[in-house]
Unconditional design. Structure first.
Length: 277
């Protein structure tokens, strides 16, 4: 079932809850891959009814070219989700999510400021706003997100707690290809040669993790990793950092609950990943 109208979606979710059924939502921007399907599988295990949202959110793109180039594959996505017995695909139009006169925004301070917040100003305000709206439209008991977008997960967790949203967040492991590369809709924009280079990102991060555990200083490790990535063919590194996984405050040496996060450019495609250490 495809639902495009907010009121219809809310009524459907409320009817399920009135019948004592639990509701899970998997928010996506479409261009679905195995990573999204792993979230769907987790939702189906834990919830009586599962909603997958498909909405390419314009307010989280600070680069209009990136928004234009983002793949839109609704027909293929719909067929894929139907084969996985999703109960509702919620695919609203932009004018229904942001109707005429819309003038509100959710901003999250602190955890949204560094890393992606520095390189993509306004991005997390767009993310927090649309996720808050999607929660209000789908009325879920649980919402499913992947670890790949680690900072985004922390932003959504902060927002959900701060606004007393009655939604339990379920954070699932990053789905990876056989070479360890995190699955992403953006990977489709890589040529075969670039895809081979991109496969070096995760091994470099794993090597960094081992060096941290052995007690080497963060600055030394990060410098070596960045040099390695440039040597493989990455054009630019926006950040390669080791930080506390909740506050995202930088760490000089190995510490409990640390995490490596990276954003790197390859042939005009920006790739992100993270590894717990």
């Amino acid at each position: 079932m495809i639902c495009r109208k907010v009121l219809e979606m809310q009524k459907t979710s409320l009817s399920w809850k009135a019948a004592g059924l639990s509701v899970g939502v998997v928010p996506t921007m479409g261009a679905l891959h195995e990573g999204h399907l792993s979230l769907v599988a987790a939702a189906k295990q834990q919830c009586d009814r599962v909603i997958v949202t498909i909405f390419v959110n314009p307010t989280q793109f600070n680069n209009t070219e990136d928004l234009t180039r983002y793949p839109r594959t609704e027909a293929a996505d719909t067929a894929l989700l139907a084969s996985h017995a999703v109960d509702v695909i919620f695919a609203p139009a932009p004018e229904d999510v942001y109707p005429l006169g819309f003038a509100s925004q959710v901003t999250v301070a602190g955890v949204a400021d560094p890393l992606e917040g520095r390189f993509r100003p306004g991005h997390f305000a767009g993310v927090a706003t649309v996720v808050a709206k999607l929660f209000g439209m789908t009325l879920p008991d649980r919402a499913y997100f992947g670890e790949k977008d680690w900072q985004q997960v922390q932003v959504i967790a902060r927002m959900t707690a701060d606004l007393n949203l009655n939604v339990a967040l379920q954070i699932c492991a990053t789905a990876r290809a056989s070479d360890g590369m995190a699955l992403s809709s953006r990977n489709a924009r890589l040529s075969p040669a670039d895809r081979a280079i991109a496969g070096q990102l995760h091994p470099v991060m794993r090597a960094c993790a081992q060096d941290l555990i052995q007690g080497q200083a963060t600055a030394q490790i990060v410098a070596k990793a960045q040099k390695a990535l440039i040597g493989y063919g990455f054009e630019k590194i926006d950040y390669f950092t080791y930080c506390d996984e909740q506050s995202l405050v930088s760490l000089d040496h190995f510490a409990p609950n640390g995490r490596l996060l990276v954003a790197a450019w390859l042939s005009g495609v920006r790739l992100i990943d993270n590894v717990a250490v």
